[in-house]
Design a protein around this ligand. Sequence first.
Ligand code: HEM
Length: 156
Amino acid sequence: MNTLRLLQSLLVIHLTGLTLMAGTDAVNFVAFKKLSNSLHEDQAAVKFYLKKLFGLSSLLPLGGILLISSGVGLLIITHTYGQLWFQLKMGVVVALISNGFLFGARQEQRIKQILNAPDSQANLQLRHPLGNLRIFYALQLTLYALAVILAVTKPG
Ligand code: HEM
C-alpha cells in the first residue's frame, strides 16, 4: 500500500470514529432533551428509557479507539506535531475528555443513583441532572465542531 492510500484509509477510520462519537452525543442530546420535557409523564417509562439511553454509551469507547489510533497514524505520516492548528486541536481533545469525565460522568452517576433509589419523587430529582446533561452534550458537540473546523481550516 503506498503512502497516499494509507493516508486515505487512516482518514476514513478517523472520520468513522468521529461519526460514532459525535453521532452518539447528538442522539443523546436530543433524547435527553425530550426525556426531561416528559418527566411529568409515566415514571416507569422515563426510568425505562433512561436505562436504554445509557446503553448507547457503549459505542463511545469504540469510536474513541478508532479516532485516536488513526489520529496517531496520521500524525506519524503527516508530521503535523509542531503546527498551531494541531496543538489547538489537541487542546480541544483534552477539553472533550475532561468534560466527559469531570462533568458528564458525574451527571450519569447521579441519575443512576436516583433511578436505583426506591423513591416516588424520582422524576422531580431527575430534573437537575438531566438539565446538566443537556448542557454537557451541547458542550461536547460544540467542541467536536471546533476540532473539525481546526482540522479542516488548519489556521497557523
Ligand atoms: C474530537 C476529536 C477529533 C476530530 C473532530 C478530528 C477531526 C479531523 C478531521 C475532520 C480531519 C480531516 C482534515 C482534512 O483532511 O482536511 C482530521 C485529520 C487529522 N487528525 Fe484529527 N480529529 C480528532 C482527533 C484527533 C487526534 C486525537 C489526533 C492525534 C492523536 C488527530 C490527528 C489528526 C491528523 C494528524 C490529521 C491529518 C492532518 C493533515 O491532513 O495534515 N486527530 N481530524
